[in-house]
Design a protein around this ligand. Structure first.
Ligand code: BGC
Length: 821
């Protein structure tokens, strides 16, 4: 678990020094002259603390200063374009110069490369860099990597501007190239939807929203802009994306993944990695992506983060592995293993998972890192090892882990050194890992230019990027119910808006934004420093009026206003919009026991439904699908906005007021009862699938009719894919971005129960009012194969229904026959 305790750092603050000597790596000469290797670029920072007088922050310091620096945020920019049309990824062989560098290192230096430390270790008690500590850690521990953002670890600044972040990372790098192994560090950061830890950087909607767009270009954009803004801060490695599938609706981390369907997750993961990495061996605006969490993390039995998972191997292979395979196909440079246990075995020390499956079967050649403190957790938490030496021994001998995110200590390196010296672990095992780490550093250009590229700083927060984030948000908002055309709202309507989430940028963004757990209540919108807008701001922009708004209940659903007052206001209104939010959270801090909604919030809506005749619209902006109970019937309109991000306020308002027709679909099953927390749409046909909202459900304001579903052959044989086409007509008055989802259902699958539906393809097209557009798909027999109990991929002959837009009123089907040969 991450440490929330600030200033538990053992180094005593000596002072905050500036320094600027000229350093020489002294390790290996590269053929090209290292660019900027000797002198870090100078980036001006106002209000920088200097001098030796140490002023310690109070022990508990929740409200850090707002960094007064802003990126210039040029309106538009052009970066050099690199060819991204082919697969760029880690190779099995090391480059010759990397091999020379590896051979030049001592055992201690190699062991240090395998350790990653959180940046809080480099801070003094004033929240600023403690150069003495940095020098000591790098010189004595010889660490290879650092990660995280200072605002999560007692940093002086609430959220660092790219300038200040770059100066921090540049300073640390200039120490790394003259101390310890004299090899620059690689810095990892949770850039999960844009560079969410860098002030001014364009934060995209949460990945669950990106999935809801059914338009993978948004996954690409979020990755690509996130990479550039991360790199501007001098950081080279994004701990993103998640290839976990949403299987347990109670779990606090589903908003970080791309929904419940393996195909959808795979498509989004693929494009997100392309955006993050592009041609990362040449392009210095790109970063290494890190696919996580390998594997099975997302299905904790009782819904609590890091609880054990039990997934039959057949099911693991059918649903959980494919998105990771897709990431490896995309060329992902790194993988993070998952916390905890799968089928009773501890993942971080499992040969089966981290060597046989990841390396031998999935052919992953890149760098593998542990999740936070997982080697220590073996003996401290899981009781799978006697002590740190035993944990390290098992991690090294059983698995192919390259780097340990120890976070706070060097014990992993010390144990590694002892194990090699005592002959228990061969040096070849260490070389295997250190070679991969050094190759990654070379591929990212860190060995040549460890510093931030100052030319990227001005592009951070560019209007060009913000527009892409808004577009993603616009396409991510799902219209689920619209009785009597209560939506869109007319500007003439007198509307009462209720709910704290309407007035907050932080609540519609969620966790992993300015902080690990998102913006705090005390920080409010200020911490976003003008980079974003709330839903109320968006509404004001559209209506030009002040908004008739009452908080009613706080973000956790507890009453803050007199409910009779809400009733009075509701009676006077033409429509009431209740926004149902959830306090931002993730990981263990976000654990819950039930999906039941907070009682006060439920009562607020119920009172208005029972005691007034004013139509109700529910606007959901939550981390998780809380149960709507009777409210789903009493509401005339329901919109699921999930977590559209800091630029989602205007997008939500545009949907509410009909400036844009909604075009998103549910990327997960929305349960009706707690007992449906693990229900997914690919449940067996014989099972009851009657959730509140189905996977794939959603509509726009237009009436879109589908016709002429055709197949070029009704016989599907291995090696001969068939083509399917269907025409969609926009009978409405809005422009419609229309996603068409193609599902298959095998009517009979001998011996193995067929699933209700499986998503095989999807496409999105823009259809003008009155226009018709054809959607074309292809389908192969291989795509209809499944994993049997021998873990072989097999097909089973029989009739198959192809359904476009299953779970929606305008769905259409046709029948084909699948042949085994
Ligand atoms: C999370 C990872 C994250 C890491 C570093 C862990 O607690 O599980 O997803 O990348 O912290 O912040």
């Amino acid at each position: 678990m991450k440490s929330l305790v600030f200033f538990d750092f053992i180094w005593v603050l000596i002072g905050v020094n500036g320094f600027g000597s000229v350093y020489n790596s002294g390790k290996v000469e590269f053929s090209e002259k290292p660019l900027g290797y000797k002198e870090p670029p100078i980036i001006n920072v106002i209000e920088a603390s200097d001098g030796n007088g140490a002023t310690c922050l109070p022990n508990y310091y929740p409200l850090q200063d707002y960094d007064p620096m802003n990126p210039k945020s040029v309106p538009t920019y052009n970066l050099p374009k690199y060819d991204e049309s082919f697969r760029v990824g880690p190779n099995l062989e090391l480059d010759p110069d990397v091999k020379i560098l590896l051979d030049s290192l001592t055992l201690e230096e190699k062991a240090g490369q395998m350790v990653q430390i959180q940046v809080g270790m480099f801070l003094g008690c004033d929240g600023l860099i403690n150069v003495t500590a940095v020098e000591a850690i790098i010189d004595e521990w010889k660490i290879g990597s650092v990660f995280e953002a200072t605002q999560n670890h007692g940093g002086r600044w609430n959220i660092n501007s790219p300038q200040r972040f770059a100066n921090l990372s540049n300073t640390i790098q200039s120490i790394a190239i003259r101390k310890g192994s004299k090899i620059p560090l690689i810095w990892g950061l949770d850039t999960i939807r844009g560079a969410n830890y860098v002030k001014g950087a364009t934060t995209f909607p949460a990945p669950v929203n990106i999935a809801a767009t059914f338009n993978p270009i948004h996954a690409y954009n979020s990755g690509s802009i996130g990479a550039k803004d991360t790199r501007a801060a001098g950081v080279h490695w994004a701990y993103s994306p998640l290839a976990d599938i949403n299987r347990q609706k109670l779990w606090s981390r589903n908003f970080e993944n791309f929904g419940e369907d393996p195909f959808l997750v795979g498509q989004m993961v693929y494009q997100n990695i392309k955006g993050l990495q592009g041609n990362y061996k040449l392009d210095r605006s790109k970063v290494a992506a890190c696919i996580k969490h390998f594997i099975g993390y997302s299905d904790p039995q009782n819904g609590k983060d890091r609880d054990p998972t039990h997934i039959p191997l057949q099911e693991l292979a059918e649903y959980f592995i494919p998105p990771f395979k897709k990431a490896i196909d995309a060329g992902v440079a790194t993988v993070m293993e998952a916390f905890g246990q799968l089928n009773g075995q501890s993942i971080a020390i499992s040969k089966k998972i981290l060597r046989n499956l990841l390396r031998d079967q999935l052919n992953f050649n890149g760098t593998l890192i542990t999740d936070w403190g997982e080697v220590n957790a073996q003996w401290e938490r899981y009781f799978t090892a006697f002590d740190i030496d035993d944990s390290t021994f098992q991690a090294l001998s059983n698995t192919s882990i390259d780097m340990s995110m120890t976070a706070d200590d060097i014990e992993y390196a010390n144990s590694t050194i002892n194990l090699v010296k005592s002959g228990k672990i061969p040096i070849s095992r260490i070389n295997e890992s250190v070679g991969r780490i050094l190759q990654l550093k070379k591929d990212l250009g860190i060995l040549q230019t460890p510093y931030s590229n100052p030319s990227l700083i001005d592009t951070v927060g560019s209007a060009q990027d913000v527009e892409l984030a808004r577009n993603a948000a616009r396409e991510s908002i799902i219209l689920l119910k619209n009785d009597c055309n209560v939506l869109p709202i007319s500007k003439k309507d007198k509307v009462l808006f209720v709910g704290a989430a309407l007035d907050s940028i932080g609540y519609i963004t969620g966790a992993w934004s300015v902080h690990w757990q998102g913006a705090t209540e005390l920080e409010g919108n200020d911490v976003f420093g003008g980079y974003g807008e709330s839903i109320l701001d968006g509404i004001k922009k559209i209506t030009g009026d002040s908004v008739n708004y009452i908080r009613g209940y706080n973000v956790s659903g507890f009453k803050v206003d007199d409910y009779d007052h809400i009733l009075q206001l509701a009676r006077k209104a033409d429509k009431v919009v209740f926004c149902l939010g959830e306090k931002p959270s993730t990981e263990g801090i976000g654990d819950i026991d039930t999906l039941s909604m907070a009682r006060d919030q439920y009562e607020a809506v119920k009172n208005v439904a029972e005691q007034t005749s004013t139509p109700i619209i529910l606007l959901l902006a939550q981390n998780r699908p809380f149960l709507l109970g009777e409210l789903s019937k009493s509401a005339c309109g329901i919109i699921n906005a999930n977590l559209p991000g800091p630029y989602g306020g205007l997008s939500v308002a545009e949907i509410l007021y009909g400036e844009v027709s909604p075009s998103a679909r549910q990327p997960y099953t929305y349960p009706k009862f707690d007992s449906q927390a693990q229900l997914v749409y690919y449940t067996p046909i014989a099972n009851n699938y009657d959730p509140e909202f189905s996977f794939g459900q959603g509509m726009g304001y237009n009436n879109i009719s589908y016709s002429q579903i055709t197949v070029n052959s009704t016989d599907l044989r291995p090696g001969s894919p068939i083509s399917i086409s269907i025409t969609a007509t926009n009978n409405g008055k809005w422009i419609q971005n229309e996603p068409a989802l193609m599902f298959t259902t095998q009517k009979v699958k001998r011996e193995y129960v067929p699933e209700r539906h499986r998503l095989r393809s999807f496409r999105k097209q823009r259809i003008l009012p009155g226009e018709s557009k054809t959607f074309k798909f292809s389908l192969s027999a291989e795509e209809l194969s499944f994993i049997d109990e021998k873990l072989d991929s097999v097909t089973s002959e029989g009739p198959v229904i192809i359904t476009i837009n299953a779970f929606n009123k305008n769905s259409m089907s046709t029948l084909i026959y699948l042949h085994e040969r």
